[in-house]
Design a protein around this ligand. Structure first.
Ligand code: PLP
Ligand code: ZN
Length: 417
């Protein structure tokens, strides 16, 4: 419903008319990712946060007044967003903080937060009369695009490196996506998708290139704020690969702050895997996004593996402007975080998502989070996405013969209740 006013480059600050540019800043190239801005004075004058509370729309579209879509645009039927927000007192005690919450975005239809971006991209493609959407990805972004596109019967084309894991490709094929296995790297597939969309006029969802992915993802910040009665946490902890999620979370809180609906923006702490920690190091060294170059990335948390994070400029800004921090955690801590988070909260997260638990522990240890503070951990993807890694994180199971006494003994002869 909201008409975007401009697209602003995160690197040079140039502003463009929304129709003038489709993807990144023409002056800066790929590093210059764009942010969607509105006339906040006009929005504040006719929107009311208390009226929102009465909305019966239980999906991200309850915020469509703050999303860049024509008033009469259809939105995909798949129910994306309004994911559970759990108060987690045992997690708070474990971390040694004042209060803790988990926002479980693994509960989205295709199992990750990426659904928020894909839902907005598909809605925009429909509104613009574009026939087909495409992306390069092996992981959750492609699954989200394939799933949301399937819900409206829109053709989708996915370019993946030929070496991508078969299980991930299966989810795309299940949704009916046309999958092209490119004999090359992810970066080659990414660039080919850009060229393909240029040739065909298809809409390209490539993360950190399409300005509307972060715009869809920002709705998770709206849900956090509304869910806590507009009294936002002191700190929000987010896992980071390309940096598009943390950029979206920052944008969401910044929107609400501009509208006067929240009094401050939480400090954002980004969690990376040690083997894929370009942003953590750039933050530590004070490096500018423009001087970062490609480097190898290796982690079992495949959803946060990124050698040259595509949304690096916005991710660094999200942390620097909110006085937050980056932490890097080893793969061993990420693996151990899967059962730890599940046992403390009941939320089963994939490695990249459970990483926020390992990151939270480290952030407390480093003093980035103080003992009396209120902390929210954003869980970005379901544990069912990567059952193989989960199997590596646990052992156990008690052997028993098939009679009651044996089962009882296997359980250590427990007392009756
Ligand atoms: C994509 C993804 C991330 C990281 O998001 P970026 O925008 O690449 O930083 C984290 N966790 C999960 C589950 C993801 O799918
Ligand atoms: Zn620019």
């Amino acid at each position: 419903m909201a008409a975007a006013l401009s697209l602003k480059c995160a690197v040079c600050g140039r502003e463009y008319a929304p129709d003038a540019v489709a993807y990144t800043c023409p002056a800066c190239g790929p590093v210059g990712t764009l942010e969607v801005l509105y006339d906040y004075t006009a929005l504040a004058a006719h929107l009311d946060r208390d009226r929102l509370a009465a909305s019966r729309v239980a999906s991200m579209w309850r915020y469509r007044d703050l999303l860049p879509l024509p008033e009469d645009a259809d939105v995909p039927p798949l129910r994306v967003g309004m994911t559970p927000l759990y108060d987690a007192p045992r997690l708070a005690a474990d971390l040694g903080v004042g209060a803790a919450w988990v926002k479980d975005d693994g509960a989205n239809p295709t199992g990750s937060l990426k659904d928020r971006a894909s839902a907005l991209v598909v809605a925009r493609a429909t509104a613009m009369g574009i026939s087909t959407v495409a992306t390069a990805s092996t992981g959750n972004a492609a699954a989200a695009l394939a799933g949301v596109a399937a819900s409206v019967g829109m053709p989708v084309v996915i370019l993946v490196p030929a070496a991508a894991p078969e299980a991930k490709i299966a989810q795309l094929l299940i949704y009916g996506a046309r999958v092209v296995l490119v004999e090359g790297t992810y970066d080659q597939a990414f660039d080919l998708c850009v060229d393909l969309c240029e040739r065909t006029g298809w809409y390209c969802r490539n993360t950190g290139m399409n300005p509307y992915t972060a715009e869809g993802k920002k709705t998770v910040a709206y849900e956090i704020a509304e869910g806590l009665g507009w009294d936002v946490p002191d700190v929000v902890i987010v896992s980071v690969g390309d940096g598009n999620i943390i950029a979206g979370v920052h944008k969401g809180f910044a929107d609400l702050h501009r509208l006067g609906w929240i009094s401050r923006i939480p400090r954002l702490i980004g969690v990376q895997a040690e083997g894929s920690s370009a942003l953590a190091r750039a933050w530590q060294d004070g490096t500018d996004a423009r001087s970062m170059g490609p480097e190898p990335a290796e982690t079992l948390a495949d959803s946060i593996s990124a050698g040259l994070p595509r949304d690096r400029a916005k991710a660094l800004r999200a942390v620097r402007q909110t006085d937050g921090a980056f932490v890097a955690v080893p793969d061993s801590a990420i693996l151990a975080a899967i059962p730890a988070l599940a046992r403390l909260t009941g939320v089963f997260a994939e490695p990249a998502a459970a990483a926020v638990y390992a990151g939270a522990r480290r952030a407390v240890e480093y003093g980035f989070v103080k003992p009396d503070e209120r902390v929210l951990l954003l869980s970005t993807g379901s544990g069912l996405k990567d059952v193989r890694r989960a199997q590596q994180a646990v052992t156990g199971g008690l052997r028993s013969a098939a009679d009651l006494d044996s089962v009882w003994q296997a359980l250590g002869s427990p007392k009756a209740n």
